[in-house]
Design a binder for this molecule. Structure first.
Ligand code: FNR
Length: 342
């Protein structure tokens, strides 16, 4: 199957298989405060992703690129929406465009449409330093995302079967390029051990890409004859993964993603220790089913709602929201207890 056909299939299957809702955010409750001493108009949503300053704690996570006109249109709309709402945006994996220069336009358009915004390049952990440099140059990226997607590869009939030396290659990229590196999962979550290993080679930003949203095992299983259905329920729920990543890693910026669909999910992610939250499948669904204007409206609503939530909690800024007390129950409480992670 051609790479561009596969990319289009991913979009279709991602919309069809939907999100599995087991993010764990249901097990996270805020503690209501009756005297918050806040003003909605003065709530500050600015945050930092490593050294990068962002006016919003939301980013549009990596989705697409390559694959012809349809993906150019999607990326153009996502880039315009990012510009309009001041959120950062990641492009999809650029490996196809590194191998075939004809594929580059659908990535470059993101920078053309959003000349001053924060843009993240994207490649897998098989990438070399030279490839990472090319990817960064292609979109004049402010940061480089490296995705880890072992379970997706295993579920893909034509996927990788050799996962050795990934950490060494990541270390070389961290040392060899001059923008910050964000290592991300794609919906299976990141463990405390994974984040420690990444930290040991100099990675300072991780995106947990937790379980509960877009499910690449289900997507890839759609194309298999004999299903690897045991991978459909595989992964660390996003809420638990944020705490896994946060614990004992003081100098790491944690980004939340995986099934984030609302202002409340974002607020809970930040209260668990994230600096910002990435949305992929949900925003793609809004764009494809309701259109570009609705996408912009949705992001504006989420910003407004975040200010309401922060006002109710007495949190004037993202820093204060990170310190808002939460109570953990159910599966997430149990998970973290079993893992001895607090
Ligand atoms: C993705 N995702 C992704 N991630 C990545 O690092 N490189 C990529 O090329 C892609 N491609 C891609 C295509 C489509 C159609 C979707 C929906 C997603 C994964 C994405 O960035 C994110 O990690 C997961 O989708 C989990 O987040 P959501 O979708 O649950 O918000």
């Amino acid at each position: 199957m051609s790479r561009s056909k596969r990319k289009w299939d991913h979009i279709q299957y991602a919309l069809a298989t939907g999100q599995s809702l087991k993010t764990g955010f249901d097990c996270v409750s805020f503690v209501h405060q009756s005297l918050p001493n806040t003003k909605v108009d003065e709530i500050d949503l600015q945050t930092k992703i490593g050294e990068l300053s962002c006016s919003s704690p939301i980013f549009i996570n990596a989705m697409t690129g390559g694959g012809g006109e349809r993906t150019i249109d999607i990326n153009r709309d996502l880039a315009r929406a990012a510009k309009e709402t001041g959120v950062a945006i990641a492009v999809g994996s650029q490996m196809s465009a590194i191998k075939d220069a004809n594929e580059r336009d659908s990535y470059k358009i993101v920078r053309v449409e959003n000349p001053h915004g924060l843009i993240f390049a994207n490649l897998g952990s098989e990438a070399t330093v030279e490839q990472a440099k090319t990817a960064v140059d292609m979109v004049e990226a402010n940061a480089m995302q490296i995705h880890l997607n072992v379970v997706q590869e295993l579920t893909m009939p034509e996927g990788d079967r050799d996962f050795t030396e990934a950490l060494k290659r990541i270390e070389k990229i961290v040392q060899g390029i001059d923008v910050p590196v964000i290592v991300k999962e794609v919906g299976f979550g990141m463990s405390n051990e994974t984040v420690s290993a990444l930290q040991s080679v100099g990675v300072s930003i991780v995106d947990v890409g937790g379980f509960g949203g877009t499910n690449f095992s289900r997507i890839e299983n759609e194309r298999r004859k004999r299903l690897l259905s045991f991978f459909d329920d595989w992964g660390i729920p996003t809420a638990a993964s944020i705490v896994e990543a946060r614990t004992n890693h003081k100098n790491i910026t944690v980004l939340a993603s995986g099934g984030i669909k609302s202002s409340l999910d974002i607020a809970k992610s930040i209260a668990l220790g994230a600096n910002a939250a990435g949305m992929a499948g949900y925003l793609l669904k809004v764009l494809i089913e309701q259109g570009y204007h609705q996408l912009i409206e949705e992001i504006h609503y989420i910003h407004d709602e975040l200010k309401y939530i922060m006002s109710a909690l007495g949190a004037n800024n993202i820093d204060e929201l990170q310190n808002a007390p939460v109570v953990l129950t159910g599966e997430v409480h149990h998970w973290l207890n079993e893992r001895n992670i607090k």
